[in-house]
Ligand binder design. Structure first.
Ligand SMILES: Cc1cc2nc3c(=O)[nH]c(=O)nc-3n(C[C@H](O)[C@H](O)[C@H](O)COP(=O)(O)OP(=O)(O)OC[C@H]3O[C@@H](n4cnc5c(N)ncnc54)[C@H](O)[C@@H]3O)c2cc1C
Length: 649
């Protein structure tokens, strides 16, 4: 149950209704992270750290070796970045290796691989070969057609589309529109059933649709007529499978970006597109729920990419640390350099630990991984921005210089400049960090809302009284445990060096739950508006979860006789304590109100941007993914450049 909040405006209330209707409710398993926000550090859910089975790992290793054997010659990440185009022979090579159907079951022609291997492959591409290729594969498989169909498609839909995709047809996901980014409640793209009831007629425009410029198939989110639910009209969002070649599907523009410059991303217009009724996925009105469920696994691609590329940065930085000599020492021997190296190495280990914990939950099946996946996306995309910048700084001027330029001067050409540009998008796509904070805060508050929501809303006095009694019963036993619960926790299964850290995490986990509870009482329904407080609570939860997982992984590795990562793990555990304690302090002592006041003043005196006249964009020539995978040469980037030049004149 959600809070009914009188402070919301109507549009906000509608957005929240749509988000609430799309929440997943039917998880049966206990959530590791969800428990932490209730004050419980349940190490049984995290220890031993889940390891990939030998058989599954061997399958992944074998494919990675084949990828390298091909890609080491076939893919030039720097050239692709400069050309802003993935050449046709690369698409063909990807298709030949089956990489458009990594997780598609074998019976539909895919590789049938695990989530963990899928994540390893994406990370590997971005670390060793090319971020744009990694992003293309990720958009196609994390949010494009394969995953929603695998999860929600009918058998007919699976038989019809999955083999095509496994062979190399490319898919795209269209949710974002010019006026709709983080808030899908106000989608303008709409579909109406025709009179015969055979087709939906789709109209609208999608922005920034990755792969959309070349896609054979799209998942398009569109509004369908409202339905009355519990006496209230509710907006409906439905997911449609749309063929790129159908009449009325046009590419209007190919967007250019700071990084991942070769992705085929653009503005797609749908004009009276006739979509057969059997192209609806998961049923009418279930589009957003489908997108959110798909993203549980889908969101794990980004954190894996972040972890793997940061590992690459660490490996290179360690070599650079003992190569570059300034002021009489290797730069890794200066204390400031050592600090950077340690932070990068420990951070990469933490990122990998978090991402692949999510991967293991997904592979185990039936486990509630909503919070772990969203946390991994949020945490790793933020951390790679920090550590990528650190790595660039550690490399000095060479970090800022482009790869080709370094090469031309005869220097080692690690693509740090490109890597930093490519990584920046991860904080924006698949839910911005702000939206991940809101999503996680909602889930963190859920156990409280289940009992206490009527107290915050417009319920009758009788209902409020009943709720008060239910709360008294629940909190009378729960709350004292938050103070006393950890007195005798010893973590006897763990190495002595980890035990103290785990006891600390345990104590802070209970403090986290107390803090959230106190804030609920202090702020009441206004807590929903205190985004910065909620974000700190969520960030603390994320930090504590990562610490617990790092301790679990170090211990698991120690048990296996592997001491490689002990230093990284212990450094992480020690160094993050300060970060967590500072966040706790910031909850009670901050400048949030001052920021609100200053922003309001600024907005009062600023003029809103005026609408510019909308250019009448004519459809661009297109080549489809299936054309590309057949190996035909393409001139699409140069065609686009000519169009851009013409527009600029
Ligand atoms: C390279 C690239 C690839 C993309 N690929 C795809 C794709 O394949 N398919 C697709 O559908 N979309 C895609 N997108 C769109 C992407 O998902 C959106 O950019 C993202 O969801 C954010 O939407 P927006 O840019 O409109 O920002 P807005 O929603 O306008 O947000 C602007 C800022 O306000 C913040 N904000 C918004 N709402 C709130 C709130 N309630 N509380 C606090 N802060 C808030 C945001 O965090 C952000 O900082 C892509 C975008 C890019 C740049």
């Amino acid at each position: 149950m959600a809070i009914e909040n009188a402070n919301r405006n109507e549009q906000e209330a509608q957005s929240i209704d749509v988000a609430e209707d799309s929440r997943e409710l039917d998880w049966k398993s206990k959530s590791f992270m969800g428990s932490m926000f209730m004050g419980e550090l349940d190490m049984e859910l995290a220890y031993p750290y889940p390891e990939q089975s030998a058989e599954d790992k061997a399958e992944g290793d074998e494919l990675l070796a084949r990828i390298d054997a091909w890609a080491n010659d076939a893919i030039d990440g720097d050239q692709i970045d400069r050309d802003e185009e993935i050449p046709a022979h690369v698409f063909k090579g990807l298709a030949d290796l089956g990489l458009f159907g990594i997780k598609i079951p074998k019976k539909y022609g895919g590789l049938g691989m695990s989530q963990t291997n899928y994540m390893r492959i994406l990370g590997h591409f971005c670390r060793y070969h090319c971020g744009s290729v990694g992003a293309t594969l990720s958009a196609h498989q994390s949010i494009g057609i394969p995953q929603p169909l695998k999860l929600f498609g009918t058998e007919e839909q699976k038989k019809k589309f999955l083999p095509r995709i496994a062979r190399g047809e490319i898919s795209a996901f269209g949710l974002t529109e010019p006026q709709v980014g983080s808030d899908p409640a106000n989608l303008a793209t709409h579909a109406e059933l025709n009179e015969a009831g055979t087709h939906w007629v789709l109209n609208g425009e999608k922005l920034w649709c990755t792969n959309g410029v070349i896609a054979d198939l799209f998942v398009v989110m569109a509004r369908t007529p409202d339905k009355v639910i519990k006496g209230k009209p509710r907006k409906q969002i439905t997911a449609f499978i749309v063929e790129g070649k159908w009449d009325g599907v046009d590419v209007l523009h190919r967007s250019k970006f700071m990084g991942i410059r070769a992705i085929e991303n653009g503005v797609i217009r749908f004009t009276d597109v006739q979509v057969p009724v059997d192209h609806v996925i998961a049923g009418e009105g279930r589009g957003l729920k489908l997108a959110l469920t798909t993203l549980n696994d889908g969101r794990l691609g980004i954190p894996a990419i972040c972890a793997e590329t940061t590992k690459g940065l660490v490996e290179f930085s360690a070599r650079w640390a003992k190569t570059r000599h300034q002021w009489g020492k290797h730069i890794g021997e200066h204390e400031a350099g050592a600090d950077k190296l340690a932070r990068m190495a420990a951070g990469a280990y933490a990122m990998e630990t978090l991402a692949f914990f999510g991967g293991a939950l997904s592979d185990a099946g039936g486990r509630d991984l909503r919070m772990e996946a969203a946390t991994a996306k949020m945490f790793n995309s933020e951390l790679i921005s920090e550590l990528g910048d650190l790595g660039l700084q550690f490399r000095g001027g060479r970090g800022y210089e482009q790869e080709a330029s370094l090469k031309r001067r005869g220097e080692h050409a690690e693509p740090i400049e490109r890597g930093v540009r490519d990584a920046r998008i991860n904080r924006i796509v698949e839910g911005t960090t702000d939206i991940m904070h809101l999503f996680l805060a909602r889930e963190a508050l859920d156990p409280h809302l289940k009992v206490a929501a009527p107290l915050f809303g417009r319920a009758s006095a009788g209902v409020k009284f009943k709720t008060l009694l239910a709360c008294a019963a629940k909190y009378a036993t729960w709350y004292p445990k938050l103070w006393l619960g950890g007195l005798f926790r010893w973590f006897g299964d763990f190495d002595g060096r980890l035990r103290g850290h785990l006891r600390w995490v345990d104590a802070r986990t209970r403090k986290l739950a107390r803090t959230l509870f106190h804030q609920m009482i202090l702020q009441g329904p206004k807590l929903e508006m205190r985004q910065l407080i909620l974000a700190r609570v969520v960030d603390i939860g994320a930090e504590l979860a990562v610490m617990a997982l790092v301790a679990s992984r170090v211990q698991t590795e120690l048990k296996n006789g592997d001491t490689t990562n002990v230093g990284r793990g212990l450094y992480w555990l020690k160094s993050r304590r300060v970060v967590v304690d500072r966040m706790f302090e910031d909850i009670s002592s901050n400048c949030d109100a001052d920021a609100r006041k200053l922003a309001a003043e600024l907005m009062l005196s600023a003029e809103a941007l005026e609408d510019l006249p909308k250019p009448d964009l004519s459809p661009l020539p297109r080549e489809y993914g299936s054309d590309l995978t057949s190996g035909r040469q393409t001139v699409r980037a140069s065609q686009m450049r000519q169009q851009d030049d013409a527009a600029a004149k």
